[in-house]
Design a protein around this ligand. Structure first.
Ligand code: PRP
Ligand code: URA
Length: 210
């Protein structure tokens, strides 16, 4: 079964509590989602390999460690994943970005694709898929399916802020090789597929559309 990393760092938990609050408006919500994603990137990149190079400090020659030629693509699921992707790009500025447009049909709760643009060298890149909410897991699972169909061969990590147990289980079942990183696993999904307690509709809260 794929591993699930629950990131319980106090800064992340504190900021998560603020974005859960119904009184937090879109500006602060966006800023905090971006910040939390940056903080999560620290854990997501923990296994990046290092290599030793020689450098010259102002005083002496020294051996120093740098990340070893890792090619990454960050893939936000539109639209709510966009702000998280910006937060992760801050730490991995050389990464490329691919976009997968999906929305969840409110009646069937099934994902509907409307856009997909990925780097040409997708097969050479380790992929980090980002979306704040992992509810039924349908959108994230479909996004990972697209990536595999379009040639992804290297590692795929999924980074979400809040998950429902149902969503985590689905990814583990349908994509057992994918590592999942979340800041919280909440209680359950309601009849409309919303995570309880969750934070409401992430896209609407990010972009002020409701
Ligand atoms: C939200 C969220 C995920 C999806 C999660 O997006 O950002 O993509 O729902 O639900 P699931 O796990 O049950 O598939 P939404 O469909 O509301 O689209 P939006 O980002 O355009 O608002
Ligand atoms: N999508 C959201 O934005 N929020 C949820 O709780 C579930 C799906």
């Amino acid at each position: 079964m794929g591993s699930v990393h629950l990131i319980e760092h106090p800064l992340i938990q504190h900021k998560l509590s603020i974005i859960r609050d119904v009184g937090t408006g879109p500006k602060e919500f966006r800023e905090l989602v971006e910040e939390i994603a940056t903080l999560m990137a620290y854990e997501v990149t923990r296994d990046f390999p290092l290599e030793e190079i020689e450098i010259q400090t102002p005083i002496a020659k020294a051996k120093a460690k740098v990340i070893s030629g890792k090619k990454i693509a960050i893939v936000p699921i539109l639209r709510a994943g966009l702000v998280m992707a910006d937060g992760i790009m801050k730490l991995i500025p050389a990464a490329k970005m691919g976009h997968i447009g999906l929305y969840r049909d409110p009646n069937t709760l099934r994902p509907v694709e409307y856009y997909c643009k990925l780097p040409n060298d997708l097969q050479d890149r380790d992929l980090i898929v980002v979306d704040p909410m992992l509810a039924t897991g349908g959108s994230a699972s479909a996004a990972i399916d697209f990536l595999k169909k379009r040639g992804a061969t290297k590692t795929i990590k999924l980074v979400c802020l809040i998950a429902a147990p149902e969503g985590v289980a689905r990814i583990q079942q349908e994509h057992p090789e994918v590592e999942v990183f979340v800041a919280a696993i909440d209680d359950y999904l309601d009849n409309h597929g919303y995570i309880i307690p969750g934070l409401g509709d992430a896209g609407d809260r990010l972009f002020g559309t409701k």
